[in-house]
Design a protein. Sequence first.
Lengths: 326, 508
Amino acid sequence: MKKLCFAAGFLAAAPMAAAETPVLDVLTYDSFVSEWGPGPAIEKAFEAECGCDLRFTPAGDGAALLARLQLEGARSQADVVLGLDTNLTAAARATGLFAPHGQTPALSLPVAFADAEFLPYDWGWFAFVQNKTLEAPKDFKALVASDLKIVIQDPRSSTPGLGLLMWVKAAYGDEASTIWKDLADNIVTVTPGWSEAYGLFLEGEADLVLSYTTSPAYHLIAEQDDSKTAAVFTEGNYLQVEVLGKLKATDQPALADRFLAFMLSDAAQGVLPTTNWMYPAVTPATGLPKGFETLVQPSKSLLLSAEEAEALRGPALDEWRAALAR
Amino acid sequence: MARRAGALIAGGVALATLAPVAVVMAQAGGRGLTAPDLAALRFTALQATLSALASVTCAVPLARALARRRFPGRGALITALGAPFLLPVIAAVLGLLAIFGRSGLLNAGLRALGLPEVSIFGLGGVVLAHVFLNMPLATRMILQGWQAIPAERLRLAESLGFTPRHYWQHIERPMLQDVVPGALLAVFAICLTSFAVVLTLGGGPAATTVELAIWQAVRFEFDLPRAASLAVLQVLACGGAVLLAGLVARPSGFGAGLDRVLPLPAPAGWRKGLDALVIGLASLFLAAPLLAVLARGLPGLAGMPAAVWPAAATSLAVAACAAPLAVGAALTLALGRAQGRRWLGPVAMLPMAISQLVLGTGLFLIVFPFVNPASLTLPVTILVTALTALPFAYRILAPETQTLQADYGRLAASLDLRGGAALRLLVLPRLRRPLGFALGLCAALAIGDLGVIALFATEDGQTLPLVISRLMGAYRMGQAAGAALILVALAFAVFWICDRWGRHGTEL
């Protein structure tokens, strides 16, 4: 009986204790919180030092994340938004919901990067991934001249798809339309998201798939399969820089700042390469995981500013659609 | 009582479907529809029409062959017809590609023979995939029609010395006129909102659907009124099809029978050969990609993550709540429709044409000011799943409910048989077969549907389709294939149990 009373008292006290612990709400994309993503490890590490409850809310992919934020507006319960990329940050900034992060980390990005509201936490080069047995095309011109088959993602529904659109635009400007027209007979199909495209590639439906230079690291490290590589293009490979930001309306500003700083600390950065399969924004003291040294390194990196990307998206999409619609 | 229930349910369905669209429509912004949107609408309607025609054209001879032939494995084959419809879309697409893709069996064969390769990507591939997914459903719907021909008419036909041509003229054609428009409509509506199949196999932006335009409007442009306008456009397209089907459909008017089981005449000679050919080809077409799904999934089963099992339990719980809800509502609407309230039919079909993304967004906008959407994950998932499954249940139940009313309506009225007694003594025994089929289909759909959960998702409490999509997003395609296999097995088991219950004691 005594034991039972104790248990009952304990159970009654548990919710109270939880109510006193501050909660940090982080809105992010789905693959971040999955058990194979960085979420669980980061949650554990941050909760161990913050004395708080870190709660992730998954909202589809990067683009769905932005839509979700716009749906919620100033009433959002989220304190931090994690997982936008630079092709989306201009639209996110325009909502006026984000506060300056006030941090000046020493970033290990291949390009200079500064943004008052959005802090990078990881990055990667977009690249066409292929089997090593295939001779990699040197650039877009070599790709369109070849009869290699590629599978890409739709820029209207997928962030890598949008990245490729910006890549061609950044590399070729007004000539982009010609590249797309010539590329049309290489494109097997345009999938709604990254997963479908990568799945088709692994099933042998295409020679190359739009993904990241870090994708072969997954096969090497998680599957001990070193048969995949990525093509480095002489025009340069476009970057995807993933960022997080603090919301003005947060009720936990100090905790949010602490989380932002934590995301750039070794504890979080060391988790990202083998869970998100991207490069850390600040290389941890222990360096990159074994296997990353085998990855190809583009010598030239392309990245449009958030504002340029936002301005170019509409016209570039029309151009893309006109060039590919038969 | 039943009258009020019908109107109440119809009102609820209309409210649950249209209120979210209205809320989305009422948001600020609005760029209006553009030329590419209209091109998308044209393509959407074209592929859905072709898919519906192709599926039903293949389904009619198959249903006839299955109805009049008896052979070992026939029951298993009819049950297996439920399977393609239940596959997660991406698993179905990869299964088809294993046969028809660039490195699939077909092209390997063509290469070996020195023949040119064929590409599945494009309009042809989209239609092929839709036929694979929906022809079995259409076959089952049409087979119900053959099964419902009263034995007395067959006796009469036999005593009059009907030849196969006479059978066609006086029995089969009227029956098909009753059943086929509904089957066409169901497949058309499914293909109208089909998204991942069309994009993945479409081959490029020429194959753009209205649903993709909605995605773009919501996610990249945040132009909600435009998304809602597109959703309305989709409803109108489906509404047109409902009207058309209503004009074409004719009740077969066979009258009631005494439920004696009599096999259909099975003409010998070349007709027997043709039936065998039809059954053989259809089995091959349906089984080959299914076997490919099995072959892809089996190796992945070894390393199943622990998260799969609680997710499977959640999916089963959703199905257990949503399926009876959907079938109960569909039965009430179908009974009301049979008693002459014609407006109930279009209402029952409404949820089928509604964009899931707009529905989810609208529901989110409605609940967000009041409660944390994450706390409503399960109820919203159940509601939306039941809503999307309702039209399927209605299409299955409607023809036989109509027949029930025509055959027994007056008798029931003269006996003053109403309410619970009518349900127990008349409706449930007479409609057991379609009810079992509808219940199984709805439950299986509920297990396989990702639906609007994305906007209401939480860190935990995931369903099986969500686990599959997360596995794929984390490069784990093999495990995803394994989890997809578990999903199919579960959905199929649930379907089999319900369908079995429905077919208990019948010849089907």
